[in-house]
Design a protein around this ligand. Structure first.
Ligand code: AHG
Ligand code: MN
Ligand code: MN
Length: 339
């Protein structure tokens, strides 16, 4: 490896110099990188450190909290508490928006899923962190919940960290989407995936098919279409599902295809959270040339009305998200030519 490798910090400095990325945002991304290094270490050693299993309580939205959920939340709150730049944090693991700092420097709002895919922790399977930064828009001395109730189109930066075979941090500040792989031997995130482009189409689909009977007839027809190995109007698709949104969307971002988590009878808005799962991932995927939709509406156009709000999600290659929307609308395939 060249010693000229681009560290996350060097990249952030370049983004500041070349594109005027606010220095505050660069500092926050440095802190996100630091939190990700701590989490990467703790997740990989959790089985040896007694950090697997349940914490013994449900979080505010009724999910059973894992010890690593609690730990991850503490790590991210700590990482941003002393910067003076973050006014408030909305986290999956916190009942309400947590106020962090007041005054002129505290201009940023963080929405975060500290540990995504926590059902995977006890088997050493991939997990992630999802984050998005907004600028404050209320003008009082201290922030309040209103600052976090935003539409994804207002995001100024967003990204995720995947703790998998390697630890990869992907983020966009509104320009390119860039990925950094953690080299634990030097303790640095190094640029490994510059200028990620989501392929226009792809042959992977990713969804939890055990809900098939709970989905609408339109989505069932879509799944039949995608899985049809003898179709004459399209090449076959292949299915991949890890149970961690970050891992599944990362694959789709790099290789193309479609991830979807539709409404079910019990959950008319699906399971995934708008502010700290769907919107940040939609921001990244759109910046990379892909699309993200509820099936009827662009994810980034939805204004949140509560911090733990859910929304359906179809995300990935522009062609496949358009195909998904077509099925939601029409319940039939589009007329497509075989490549
Ligand atoms: P979290 O661990 O942050 O609660 O998120 C879990 C999410 C997401 O990561 C994953 O894709 C999805 O839940 C899996 O849900 P199903 O088990 O219903 O497929
Ligand atoms: Mn999650
Ligand atoms: Mn989570």
């Amino acid at each position: 490896m060249s010693i000229q490798a681009t560290t996350l910090n060097r990249h952030l400095w370049q983004q500041h110099k070349l594109f005027n990325q606010p220095i505050g945002l660069s500092i926050l991304m440095t802190q996100m990188g630091f939190a990700a290094k701590i989490l990467s270490r703790e997740i990989s050693l959790a089985a040896l450190a007694g950090k697997l299993g349940l914490a013994g309580e449900n979080n505010t939205t009724g999910d059973a909290q894992k010890k690593l959920d609690v730990f991850s939340n503490d790590v991210v709150i700590d990482a941003f508490s002393d910067t003076g730049l973050v006014a408030a944090i909305a986290s999956e693991e916190l009942d309400q928006v947590q106020l962090i700092a007041c005054g002129g420097d505290a201009q940023y709002i963080l929405c975060i899923d500290p540990l995504d895919g926590s059902s995977n922790t006890d088997t050493g399977s991939p997990v992630g962190t999802i984050f998005g930064f907004y600028r404050r828009h209320t003008t009082s001395y201290c922030s309040d919940e209103e600052d976090a109730l935003r539409q994804g189109a207002d995001l100024i930066a967003a990204g995720y960290v995947l703790y998998g075979a390697s630890t990869v941090l992907v983020y966009s500040g509104g320009g390119t989407v860039d990925g950094f792989t953690l080299d634990p031997s030097v303790g640095e995130f190094l640029l490994s995936h510059p200028n990620i482009q989501c392929p226009r189409d792809g042959k992977i689909y990713s969804a939890n098919l055990s809900y098939y009977q709970e989905w609408s007839p339109q989505i069932q027809t879509l799944v039949d279409y995608l899985g049809d190995q003898h179709a004459t109007d399209h090449d076959p698709y292949s299915m991949r599902y890890s149970g961690a949104l970050v891992a599944d969307v990362h694959r789709i971002l790099l290789e193309g295809g479609l991830y979807f988590y539709p409404p079910t009878r019990k959950r008319p808005n699906g399971k995934l959270r708008l502010l700290y799962e769907n919107a940040p991932l939609a921001f990244v995927v759109e910046q990379a040339g892909g699309r993200a939709s509820t099936g009827t509406q662009r994810i980034l156009d939805i204004k949140a009305n509560s911090i733990h709000q859910r929304s359906p999600l179809a995300i990935g290659s522009a062609s496949e998200v358009t195909l998904y929307e077509h099925f939601v609308r029409e319940g039939t395939p589009m007329q497509r030519k075989i490549a």
